[in-house]
Design a protein around this ligand. Structure first.
Ligand SMILES: [Zn+2]
Length: 93
């Protein structure tokens, strides 16, 4: 895996309705506003969100994917580490 930036959190795509009752977003069928892109992540156990442009969302999604792959890799090597420790014959049974 090549090293590069990785971005924690996730990016959600949102279609919204506004407050104007006669707007097309309240029509039948509804034509909602958006898509809007919302990036959220945990900072000190709190969820923090920022709205992104479509272009930012497209770029940042790759970085979020990189982050997920890194976390999967860490999970796998940690599992191997736990197996190695469990198999250590020096444990007193
Ligand atoms: Zn509307």
């Amino acid at each position: 895996m090549r090293s590069g930036p990785a971005l924690p959190g996730s990016i959600a795509e949102r279609m919204t309705r506004c407050g104007r009752a006669n707007c097309a977003c309240h029509g039948d069928p509804p034509r909602r506003h958006g898509p809007y892109f919302h990036w959220t992540r945990k900072v000190a156990a709190k969820t923090v969100g920022r709205w992104l442009s479509a272009e930012q969302a497209q770029d940042y999604r790759r970085l979020v994917d990189s982050d997920r792959r890194l976390r999967e890799l860490v999970g796998r090597v940690e599992s191997i580490g736990l197996e190695v420790v469990e198999a250590d014959p020096r444990w007193e049974r």
